[in-house]
Design a protein around this ligand. Sequence first.
Ligand code: AMP
Ligand code: ZN
Ligand code: FE
Ligand code: FE
Length: 290
Amino acid sequence: MTRIDLHTHSTASDGTDSPVELVRKATQAHLAVLALTDHDTLDGLEAAQQEAERQGITFVRGCEISTATPWGEAHFLGLWIPDDKEKTASLEAALAEVRKKRKERNIHIAEKLQELGMDVTYEAAAALAGGRVVGRPHFAELLCRMGVVENRREAFKRFLGKDGLAFVPRQLMSPEKAVTLLKDAGALVSMAHPRLLHAPVEELDSLVAQLKDKGLDALEAYHSEHDAGDVRICVEIAARHHLQLSGGSDYHGDAKPKIYIGRGKGNLRVGMSVYDELMNYRLTAGIGSR
Ligand code: AMP
Ligand code: ZN
Ligand code: FE
Ligand code: FE
């Protein structure tokens, strides 16, 4: 079976392979199609696209946006984001704002840790991230290295997690905003790993119905963290609301060492038919570039 992968991350966000390395790995894994869907940025797309042309693999320009819901974070993938600065200007501006808010949150975390008497700075966390997205895992690593905690789990439990002493929530946009932003940029919009949302099926169904009205096109039924039951639920909800299906591994390189590109935890199979159906849908709905 020819495989595809429509959900991956590179060093442009929190993955560990550069966009070029990622495309090479996808080629080595004999994937026919690869989408790069970094969190909150389009920065890796150009390099990946150029390498894809050299390697002869079909490339899909994407990104992933996190949003807040009553059941936790819901993530949305923009796929086939047009290679057109004018069309993506509003999306780029919104993503820049998201990145700025993350930085402000990180500085706030560092301040709280300092107030607790710890010698932790935002700069130290950023240095540890080495140009990648700075987040709580970097503060956890700093606390481990300082010997304040034994391990990352303890760092989250005592300081960085929801009930921790230095917890600062991220301010995320609404699902409606994310769908509208991606849609207005000309992308195909898929709800990522819908079953990772801690919502009962009926509530997920009504959220999906509501977002369909804002332009949601697809559900990511096939994902490394979805079991057969999750896939079935997504397929049923998608059928009920006449939505398309997408699928991908959510590969992050060594940041998630048990997840393989194109294969997930080993038994993920996203076939070419998923790509073909999305392409047909794009043609009829007039979505995206090329
Ligand atoms: P951030 O994006 O800065 O809020 O950090 C989120 C990341 O922190 C997640 O991707 C996880 O890798 C990590 N994380 C969140 N909660 C925990 C936890 N309880 N234990 C270990 N790592 C966690
Ligand atoms: Zn990630
Ligand atoms: Fe996600
Ligand atoms: Fe992801």
